[in-house]
Design a protein around this ligand. Structure first.
Ligand code: GDP
Length: 311
């Protein structure tokens, strides 16, 4: 991407989109489209009109709603529909307007539940999906497949990345629908303020997840836009995983909550393990820069600054 390339970050309200925007601006990319004035991605006409008017050259397709295990169980239809619509509108409009390149951001939920670990892209579509997020994962798989189909049929450079569990500033900090890090941070913060003696942690604490800080995801997405061209998706991870119990202990330290972590086995565990084989990305020369601990500290500081200015 040259510095005055026309770039569209296709997101409605995104953690990843916002981090890409910040990073591109800092790197001197001036021509970020739709800022303000971006279309609602679930509206086909708005998206088509926007693409025809602005003619993006590079598209980061990072839109579509997502949520934690609670949201996936409560709102499977909403999440699936939203992602299918957004993916169809963005990928098709990008093709019609002749973009140079599109990066589609998938999800590690796309891997089969009983996948060999660490997960390799050759395992995609080889087994049954985790039931707690099957609807969302099916939509994200459709997005990957749609990009591949457009690449094959129309010869447009569409690539897909599959990130590990993303966290960081801009995350949804609701308690019920958010992902685990944001949910536990809020619960522990509130417990600290109210001097509660325990916090509920869902499930057994034994599932393992690989987390990646959102600024690293943005950095890797820009790196891939510049360096990677293939129909084969590429994993985008940090290279290490931790159990939910370990994550909860770390968040406890970062937040400064001194009470007990009470695991609730009636709540779902989801996938037993999600760890990505990102060796291909690392071999291209990319490495994450923010450790889990530092990422958690930055995220908590952002939460305090943004959501609790009065405290
Ligand atoms: P997942 O990676 O798609 O399963 O999504 P999540 O980020 O929602 O959940 C990851 C893991 O964290 C699951 O094993 C949950 O049971 C566990 N977990 C523990 N406490 C919480 C919580 O308060 N909220 C969420 N969302 N997950 C939690």
């Amino acid at each position: 991407m040259h510095k005055d390339a026309r770039i569209f970050i296709a997101d409605d309200h995104g953690l990843i989109g916002e981090a890409i925007r910040t990073r591109l601006r800092a790197d001197g990319y001036e021509n970020l489209l739709g800022d303000p004035g971006k279309p609602s991605l679930i509206d086909a006409r708005e998206v088509e009109a926007f693409f025809s008017r602005t003619l993006p050259e590079y598209v980061f397709a990072v839109g579509g709603e997502s949520g934690g295990i609670g949201a996936n169980q409560k709102l499977p239809a909403d999440l699936m529909l939203n992602n299918l619509l957004v993916d169809c509108h963005v990928i098709d409009s990008a093709c019609r307007c002749g973009v140079k390149k599109l990066l589609y951001m998938g999800s590690s939920c796309c891997y089969p539940r009983a996948c060999l670990q660490p997960m390799q892209v050759s395992s995609l579509m080889t087994g049954v999906l985790e039931s707690t997020n099957e609807a969302y994962a099916t939509a994200k798989l459709a997005g990957i497949k749609l990009s591949q189909a457009y690449r094959q049929q129309h010869g447009i450079d569409m690539i897909s990345a599959i990130p590990a569990n993303v966290f960081g500033p801009g995350d949804d900090f609701g308690v019920e629908d958010s992902h685990v890090i944001a949910a536990l941070m809020v619960k522990m913060h509130q417990a600290k303020l109210s001097q509660a003696d325990n916090v509920e942690v869902w499930g057994s604490g034994s599932p393992r997840r690989e987390f990646i800080y959102v600024a690293d995801v943005a950095d890797a997405a820009i790196f891939l836009m510049n360096q990677y061209s293939s129909s084969v998706p590429i994993n985008l991870g940090s290279g290490s995983d931790a159990s939910i119990r370990e994550i909860a202990e770390l968040i406890k330290e970062v937040v400064g909550f001194s009470g007990e972590l009470r695991f609730n086995p009636k709540k779902p565990d989801g996938m037993p393990l999600k760890s990505l084989d990102s060796s291909e990305l690392f071999a291209l020369g990319w490495q994450p820069k923010i450790s889990l601990r530092l990422g958690l500290e930055k995220t908590y500081q952002w939460y305090l600054d943004t959501c609790h200015r009065d405290i």
